[in-house]
Design a protein around this ligand. Structure first.
Ligand code: SF4
Length: 397
């Protein structure tokens, strides 16, 4: 968040996501107070610092002058697009499966920890199965640097876009060349901070969240008034399985599904759900969290014995709410903390992506329609199998 301060060196450190910006920040022993002594940055008319966060008190801090975020958006808004694109991609690939052996299973791609593993270790096997729908962070990158910059009359490189995420791997995702705008020499997401890093910065600043007054969220489409944070059905990793399953059941088989019944397989982080009619399995989905379960899934794929049509894959056991960048509590067992975080997350109002105010409008006007070339460019990406060179692994991104 202090990346837009006038400290050249610090900006460099925070921008160097691919080199582990957070570790460098640590090493640099940068004092936030030193940065705050300089007020030049916050009066800059050209730079717009944007942070995504849904915590009310935190929003106030992010927007306050000492940090300088001019707008604070909720990532749940960009996740609507990621979910809708994933739904459509699955239905298209399900219909294609007869003529395209690699069309299914479709594997969720919103987790950069999993993507890194898939590209580096089993690239040729896995990349054809990865969903091309951008993750919520990278859809927000498109929304902010394309749609929002245009609305504000700014060039994309005049907007500094910061995201607050549950894991360090999101820094890696933001630094992929696929998300670099060559025309303006800018990234879709300029800086990624984990929730733990934000907390550390606030501690340095002597800010106590409970002492602050709540502040409203900003709204990306100007026609929609700012709302409280929203979430999606299906748990703390985004609800990809749930949304794709319901949509596919309706679109492909005309069946309305209300509640999904999960069956745990090897452990609670590997579960499956099926849609059946007259004893016939129509849809077979799974959620595989954590590398133990991911390796199991990869073995099934390698042997040609993967029964699933869709798998929501996440690298962290228990998913994003348990991400490596999340806050840790010294005085509370991690299991108990996770339960509390899950409870808090479940208390947020859920919304169906297709019903979210502003989403249909953005599809119409900003993206020029569903399935348009523009929607494909701004809401999808591509994955790359890593080439193995004689000297070892050579990574293309
Ligand atoms: Fe990050 Fe873990 Fe979530 Fe993957 S599962 S996006 S690594 S927090």
């Amino acid at each position: 968040l202090i990346a837009q301060q006038s400290h050249e060196e610090l900006r460099k450190v925070l921008r160097a996501n691919e080199d582990g910006g957070s570790q460098k920040l640590e090493k640099a022993k940068v004092s936030l107070n030193d940065c705050l002594a300089c007020s030049g940055c916050v009066t800059s008319a050209e730079t717009v610092l944007i942070a995504q966060q849904s915590h009310e008190e935190l929003r106030k801090v992010l927007r306050a002058n000492e940090v300088g975020a001019h707008f604070v958006f909720d990532t749940a808004f960009s996740r609507n697009f990621s979910l809708l694109e994933s739904q459509r991609e699955f239905v298209r690939r399900f219909r294609e499966q007869a003529g395209s052996p690699q069309a299914l299973p479709l594997l969720a791609s919103a987790c950069p920890g999993w993507i890194c593993y898939a590209e580096k270790t089993h690239g040729p096997l896995l990349t054809p199965h990865l969903s091309t729908a951008r993750s919520p962070q990278q859809v927000m990158g498109s929304l902010v640097k394309d749609f929002f910059a245009q609305q504000q009359g700014l060039a994309p490189d005049k907007v500094y876009h910061v995201t607050v995420m549950p894991c360090y791997d999101k820094k890696l995702e933001a630094s992929r060349p696929d998300f670099f705008n060559h025309e303006y020499q800018t990234r879709d997401v300029d800086c990624v901070l984990t929730t733990g890093e934000v907390y550390k910065l606030l501690e340095e600043q002597g800010v106590s969240l409970p002492d602050l007054e709540p502040a409203p969220l900003d709204s990306l489409p100007s026609s929609v008034s700012a709302e409280e944070p929203t979430s999606h059905r299906g748990g703390g990793s985004g609800g990809y399985l749930e949304h794709v399953f319901r949509h596919a059941a309706r679109e492909l088989f005309g069946i309305h599904v209300d509640e999904l019944t999960y069956r745990p397989l090897r452990n609670k982080d590997f579960q499956e759900v099926t849609l059946e009619r007259e004893g016939q399995v129509l849809l077979h989905f799974a959620a595989a969290y954590g590398f133990r379960n991911i390796q199991n899934l990869v073995q099934k794929l390698r042997r040609g014995r993967c029964p699933y049509h869709y798998v929501e894959v996440m690298a962290c056991p228990a998913g994003c709410l348990n991400g490596g960048g999340q806050l840790r509590a010294a005085d509370m067992p991690s299991r108990e903390l996770l339960q509390q975080v899950e409870k808090l997350y479940a208390s947020v109002r859920v919304e169906a992506p297709e019903d979210t105010p502003g989403v249909p409008e953005l599809y119409r006007h900003w993206l020029q329609g569903e399935d348009s070339a523009r929607a494909s460019r701004l809401l999808h990406t591509q994955y790359h199998a890593v080439e193995k060179a004689d000297s070892g692994l050579s990574i293309r991104w």
